[in-house]
Design a protein around this ligand. Structure first.
Ligand code: F6R
Length: 364
């Protein structure tokens, strides 16, 4: 049941501090930095390439994780959506680890991609929510995300819990491969332990986001921009908005703006800019100024330092708590989800059962 919430999606968004804490507790049980993958026998120093596959939101979790595995563990990563991957029939070099991300563990294309990799990859690993699923059974190693049942068709808590597990795996890879010092790993683990509290503070922005969403619900198109780790989240924010509010939305890498989409920019195209004050902040701000100069209404989602540094003619800002830059995509998923949710509620669409969509896509 909905536990007092109007929609399952609202309940599942609100549950995130608790389920994320549970996921962290399962993989970092000691209170120290020791990563516990239970019986899973995984040594990333023997892996030469990681191939990650998923659909929809799960694919965006893979795209986010690509940045982590490459930057933290210096591991080459290939990712694709399952429906392309399986028919592309890519060669898998020796030492390949194939990783499948799925909430349901039953998505037809992801399952077919997993079966394609059998016999070609050294290990088949899945990151799933449904522990009893077909994908879990057919993997060498299945890592549950512990998000609990997700009923709303739009994936919310499964996405953030997938990201937590993938980040912990990237840290394990970095430890195995010697690409991070013990102190650096400890710093990331400490940041992870503070994540549930930060997610809780992010949820407090719900009312402010609801006010902005009233305006957004009148738009016919919305653009999401992000750079680095915020780029996959821009894609995810756009997917969330389109699937439940039926407003056309696109996510773009901020640096790609000049290569086409800036032609769309005018007063009728609200632009959501996702930009924590990290090493790429100034770059994203200059992209933001370019759209503001073309009279776009910008909703800037950043932190307190970002609000102060952004200055000028931003239409609206939402402030997140300060966070370790590596964890920002998990935290900033909260305002992206709330924005889609409140916009859909303002439009009066069926939030939990959007038209034409099914929770588990078991036919291709
Ligand atoms: C979006 C959404 C879908 C799923 C996709 C994969 O909110 O829910 O894009 O992420 O259908 O489903 P799973 O994770 O069950 O394989």
């Amino acid at each position: 049941h909905k536990g007092g919430y109007k929609h399952f999606m609202a309940k599942e968004i609100a549950e995130q501090p608790v389920v994320i804490a549970e996921t962290i507790r399962c993989y970092l049980p000691s209170g120290g930095d020791m990563i516990d993958l239970k019986e899973a026998d995984l040594d990333f120093s023997k892996v030469s390439r990681l191939t990650m596959v998923g659909c929809g939101t799960a694919y965006y979790a893979c795209l986010t994780a690509k940045y982590w595995f490459e930057q933290l563990a210096r591991l080459p990563v290939e990712i694709d959506v399952a429906s392309e991957f399986r028919y592309r029939e890519p060669p898998l070099p020796e030492g390949s680890l194939a990783l499948f991300v799925s909430q349901s563990g039953e998505t037809a294309d992801t399952l077919a991609a997993l079966r394609y990799c059998r016999g070609k990859a050294d290990h088949i690993l899945s990151v799933i929510n449904a522990a009893e699923s077909t994908m879990a059974r057919e993997s060498d190693i299945a890592l549950p995300i512990h998000a609990g049942a997700e009923i709303g068709v739009a994936s919310t808590k499964a996405f953030t819990c997938q990201l937590v597990v993938l980040l912990i795996l990237a840290l394990k890879a970095a430890a195995d491969r010697g690409t991070m010092s013990a102190a650096q790993i400890a710093e990331h683990v400490a940041a992870l332990r503070s994540l549930p509290g930060a997610v809780n503070s992010a949820l407090e922005q719900s009312e402010a986001i609801r006010r902005v969403a009233r305006h957004l619900s009148e738009a016919s198109d919305v653009l999401f921009l992000g750079r680095g780790l915020m780029y996959p989240l821009a894609l995810e924010g756009a997917l969330k908005l389109k699937e439940i509010s039926y407003i056309h939305a696109e996510g773009y890498a901020s640096g790609e703006l000049k290569h086409g989409p800036i032609a769309l920019v005018d007063t009728d195209l609200p632009i959501v800019v996702l930009a924590p004050s990290d090493g790429l902040f100034d770059k994203t701000m200059s992209n933001m100024q370019e759209v503001i100069a073309r009279k776009a209404r910008v909703l800037l989602i950043t932190d307190e330092a970002g609000v102060a540094a952004a200055g000028g003619d931003v239409w609206s800002t939402i402030a997140m708590p300060a966070i370790h830059p590596a964890l920002a995509p998990i935290l900033y998923a909260i305002p992206a989800q709330l924005l889609a949710y409140h916009t859909a509620v303002a439009k009066g669409t069926d939030v939990d059962q959007p038209r034409n969509l099914a929770k588990s896509v078991t036919v291709e």
